[in-house]
Design a protein around this ligand. Structure first.
Ligand code: FES
Ligand SMILES: [Fe+2]
Length: 385
């Protein structure tokens, strides 16, 4: 049985989200700490966001050739994304139809999915092709042991999966954001760096951090402030399933700057930071872009697949290394402070303060409004969890 106190604080979270839908930006504040600590709330987010919406899990380029695969999770679903032998990219359940072992690990190239436990074997379409020592019978029809498939869409080179039964297509919902970033041609950018990390922070703390420019100058004084200071940030008009801001560069990039020919001089000098919640944030630059695929493990742990994608093919290893080390340095600065935010959330004395002007933190408010729109807590469970 949940204690009365717990029920009271959960009711307060629900009431808080209803309230902020009515508020204007002048009244915008951070979220109360329960949103970053309560496992019950994280369960609600998994149910209503990660299990219902399109969630980004990586780049199309990771499965460039037939047989290429990588594994991932969306909420509690273990998934293998595979380039099947007919040229299609599929998202298959990575759970064996025998006794439930997770079949594949990591990433690579394969012509079959072989369960390590009793060696049931599936092809790249997810069809069961061998179950050692078990003959087909009334009780066992191998054709009915297909690995279940999830919805998959590629947008701007990013692979999105939806584990809900009948989701609305993703791309039409992102048209406004697509217009904004189309000239950068993210779909053609090449993946040269990727890594996956687990941080002991709530997933929203990470997403909020990537999506606000207020901290660029103070926290990243030695790194990003020199090129993209907070004063050059501008809030972009949000959509239902996306939001973002842009930030200019301190000095004009020379005319021979790297970037797609579709870009105007102003766009060449502007980064667009956008989020497709719940699982993707992207920092779009004319020369290269960064992205985070975000997946909560629990209320205080998040797995992040992060990477850099580059425009064109003229990049030398030294230039790539330079971009990677700047990215890693800024992520290190972010991580050090985000661990402290998570720690601060546990204080009984913490009370949320006001958000900075919209050009600096308007995206945080867009994110809260998105949470308020799409998380519909199951109040019945308040009493039983
Ligand atoms: S659980 Fe996969 S073969 Fe037995
Ligand atoms: Fe940062």
């Amino acid at each position: 049985m949940v204690s009365q106190n717990k029920n009271k604080s959960r009711r307060a979270l629900v009431a808080h989200l209803s309230k902020i839908r009515e508020l204007g930006y002048k009244e915008a504040q951070g979220l109360p700490q329960g949103f970053y600590l309560d496992p019950w709330w994280t369960r609600q987010e998994k149910t209503h966001l990660f299990e219902k919406q399109w969630v980004c899990v990586g780049r199309r380029q990771e499965v460039q050739n037939q047989g290429d695969f990588f594994t991932c999770s969306v909420s509690d679903e273990a998934i293998v994304v595979i380039h099947s032998n007919d040229g299609e990219i599929r998202a298959l359940s990575n759970v064996c139809r025998h006794r439930g072992t997770v079949i594949m690990e990591g990433a690579g190239n394969t012509h079959q999915l072989l369960c390590p436990y009793h060696h049931w074997r599936y092809d790249t379409f997810g069809r069961l092709i061998n179950a050692p020592a078990i003959q087909p019978s009334e009780n066992f029809n191998p054709e009915k042991c297909h690995l279940p498939m999830f919805h998959l869409e590629v947008w701007q080179g990013f692979i999105f999966i939806c584990i809900a039964d009948q989701p609305a297509p993703l791309a039409p919902q992102l048209e406004a954001m697509e217009r904004q970033i189309a000239p950068y041609h993210l779909e053609d950018m090449h993946l040269h760096f990727q890594t996956t990390e687990t941080w002991r922070v709530n997933w929203k703390i990470l997403l909020e951090n990537f999506m606000e420019g207020y901290h660029l100058s103070p926290l990243h004084r030695k790194t990003l402030h020199k090129v993209n200071p907070s004063r050059l940030c501008k809030h972009l008009f949000p959509g239902d399933l996306h939001f973002g801001y842009q930030v200019g560069f301190t000095s004009r990039i020379p005319d021979n700057a790297v970037g797609h020919r579709d870009l105007t001089p102003e766009q060449l000098n502007t980064c667009v930071m956008f989020a497709i919640p719940p699982g993707l944030t992207v920092g779009v630059g004319s020369d290269y872009s960064s992205f985070l695929c975000i997946q909560p493990n629990s209320s205080e742990s998040v797995t992040i697949k992060m990477g850099l994608i580059f425009h064109g093919t003229d990049w030398g290893q030294t230039e790539i290394d330079h971009a990677v080390s700047l990215f890693q340095e800024t992520m290190k600065e972010d991580k050090s402070v985000l661990l402290r935010v998570q720690k601060g959330m546990r204080s009984t004395r913490y009370q949320p303060g006001p958000l900075a002007p919209a050009n600096l933190e308007g995206t945080i408010w867009d994110f809260y409004q998105y949470l308020a729109r799409y998380t519909e807590p199951d109040e019945g469970r308040l009493f039983t969890d």
